[in-house]
Design a protein around this ligand. Sequence first.
Ligand code: 13P
Ligand code: ZN
Length: 276
Amino acid sequence: MNMLDAEFVKGFMRTAEDGWLQGWHERNGGNLSYRVKPEEVESVREELSPGEWRPIGAAVPRLAGEYFLVTGSGKYFRNVTIKPEDSFCLIELDGEGENYRICWGLVNGGRPTSELPTHLMNHEVKLAAAGGKHRVIYHAHPANIIALTFALPPTSEAFTRELWEMATECPVVFPDGIGVVPWMVPGGREIAVATSELMKEYDVAVWAHHGLFCSGEDFDLTFGLMHTVEKSAEILVKLRSMQPYKRQTIRPDDFRDLAKDFKVELPERYLYEKND
Ligand code: 13P
Ligand code: ZN
């Protein structure tokens, strides 16, 4: 089958396009990866021509031999549907999970995203933590969540509780809360270790003054998670632009009632007493 006709590739391209349309991907901002199923790899096998092995920059032994679709470093989400062969690639990992090779795409040269260590370390954590169901890791630069990293304490407690309060669906969509990585230099192993540590507990990790990482089972769920978090952040930014306080809000006991009806577990550490 032609790569661009495969459903998993179409889903990848649509997600990138949707992110672009949301305004989350200025220039080359953001990156996307998908852990490809074995039968999907087989369906496009004749399209693949493996190149040279190159170091990942991190060791991910549990992902040995896996294939990933991943956006290219310096490539624009704007162009993913316009020139797909130039904008992303399919990579294969070696038997140690230390090297990758490009099997399709990036026809004009280049390499996978500079955040490949974070993507792969997150995939590795999710393979263990989420029963192997998660396949998508998505990084974007949504303006409202980034704005909040200058205004809220950089803690999981503050981000989770404030965003839960801004839209009733939030505790149901991300009941485990949100992790926060303090500002760090992007693109390396150190930020990958910090992020993947948080991904053991959360499906969402904020990068202070930079953006957001989301993990999910498929493109819809992962995009929907990013969208829900950012929309909630937008409501909080709007509220704070009107007035510094909330006249009324959702209270801890309201969350407890919601948890019962929607059959989610909301950790008590987010349901602390506060004045607004
Ligand atoms: P890449 O172009 O290397 O994917 O980098 C974009 C980005 O958002 C880095 O955090
Ligand atoms: Zn980024």
